[in-house]
Design a protein around this ligand. Structure first.
Ligand code: CTP
Length: 409
């Protein structure tokens, strides 16, 4: 996405002293190459990892770390005031703690206090530091104030260890920035909410190499997870057989079959304010799956007998009622090939969810495509048309409708 130079958004890229600072160089390139104006504000120690000339050359702007340079321009106030977005990557435990307490001993922390635009923190640190109660408290405070604090990714950390604490890929961070800028002020309306999203299509094993599956690409579910994270939510994404990159700030749990998906969803559902079942769950599975590959030169295999899979969505609404989790919002998706509204209404009633997003599939529509269109049917009798457009737009519309219901709860 290139933006017009005239009204190019002004981005402050804050960089604190983590080894992942080198990835912020690539993030900076994504911003500048798509026409954003970027002012890099590193901490003094961040310059031990990536030096001032690199930031200055890549941004084409002067770089300062303290409040005593060019004092006549009052940079400690002006930079924050003039920003459309402040994006801190990587955000260390120290930086998060300072921001949570409102400390202002350098240019970046001053900028965080004067910014009135959306602020995103992309933390990166060792797992122990991320999990420490002090860091948890900082993150909670910042989220409660409306800042977007992305969950770090899981993977290789500095040295030989692995765990949660990695800075997500620059491309995915840039996608978050783009989404936040698109929404503008007030974008973090899901801050402090936990959401659980399912995506993709389950596969039901016939033998170790064959399965019964469906055409779902997972794009709509990934768009829902990514947009929720960009609106400040803590997101768990249960993903079945999807080959898309993990969205930044989203905790991804991989599953294969419907029964595995059920287990992953039920383990998380009680903590979730919102559950969105966007996955295409197979209704049936082979009653038995052979341990070795079925050979064509053996006896002709018997017809595959099917057993019914659990209906996860129906179970979720049933458990919500049982546990008196009245404020939880549950959303289903339905793909229909014909009699779309009629089938949708019947399904909404059968599954007892709050919203059912119904789209028409077949003839190249919805599966594997970039765009989608749907009608969102509400348990309150409402029907909202969601016009044809990118799956991210549809996702944002769904979160708007969910937001209305959360506000009522
Ligand atoms: N769903 C589920 N568990 C299943 C089947 C579906 O949780 N075993 C969820 C899907 O994730 C989706 C909604 O139910 O949110 C509707 O899925 P769909 O396949 O359209 O509904 P079915 O109950 O399978 O109805 P049918 O196949 O008869 O259209």
């Amino acid at each position: 996405m290139a933006v017009n130079r005239e009204d190019a958004p002004e981005v402050v890229l804050g960089v604190s002293a983590g080894i992942a600072a080198y990835k912020a160089c690539e993030l900076l390139r994504h911003f500048t190459e798509s026409g954003h104006r970027v002012r890099v504000v590193p901490t003094a120690d961040a310059l031990r990892f990536v030096g001032e000339p690199t930031w200055a050359a890549l941004s084409g702007r002067p770089v300062a770390t303290g409040v005593w340079d060019a004092v006549h321009e009052v940079p400690h106030v002006r930079i924050g005031q003039g920003a459309d977005l402040v994006f801190v990557a990587p955000a260390t435990a120290d930086l998060l703690a300072k921001a949570a307490h409102g400390l202002a001993d350098d240019l970046l922390t001053n900028t965080l206090l004067t910014a009135r635009c959306p602020v995103v923190f992309a933390p990166a640190m060792h797992t122990e530091m991320w999990e420490h109660p002090a860091t948890r408290a900082s993150v909670e405070t910042l989220r409660a104030r409306g800042a977007i604090v992305l969950e770090p990714a899981v993977g290789r950390l500095t040295g030989a260890d692995t765990g949660r604490g990695r800075l997500p890929d620059p491309e995915e961070l840039f996608a978050v920035a783009r989404r936040v800028l698109r929404r503008g002020d007030g974008g973090a309306d899901l801050a402090g909410r936990r959401v659980l999203v399912t995506a993709g299509g389950t596969r039901e094993a016939i033998d170790p190499v064959r399965y019964i599956g469906n055409r779902s690409s997972g794009r709509q579910g990934y768009a829902l997870a990514a947009t929720a994270a960009a609106r400040g939510a803590e997101v768990v994404l249960v993903s079945a057989n999807v080959s898309l990159p993990d969205p930044a700030g989203v905790e991804v749990r991989r599953v294969g079959s419907a029964r595995e998906m059920r287990e992953a969803v039920l383990a998380e559902r009680a903590k979730a304010d919102v559950v969105v079942m966007a996955a295409a769950v197979a209704d049936f599975r082979p009653a038995t799956s052979t341990g070795s590959k079925i050979k064509k030169d053996g006896d002709l295999p018997a017809p595959i007998e099917l057993a019914e899979n659990p209906d996860i969505l129906a179970e979720l609404t049933h458990e919500r009622a049982r546990d008196s989790l009245g404020e939880q919002v549950i959303v289903g998706f339905a793909a229909e090939t014909d009699r779309v509204l009629e089938n949708g209404r019947a399904k909404l009633a059968r599954k007892a969810c709050d919203l059912l997003v119904v789209n028409q599939v077949g003839e190249g529509r919805a599966f594997g495509t970039e765009d989608n269109q749907a009608v969102a049917l509400g348990a309150d009798g409402s029907a909202v048309e969601i016009p044809h457009g990118p799956k991210e737009d549809l996702a944002d519309r769904v979160w708007d409708l969910v937001g209305e219901r959360l506000a009522l709860g």
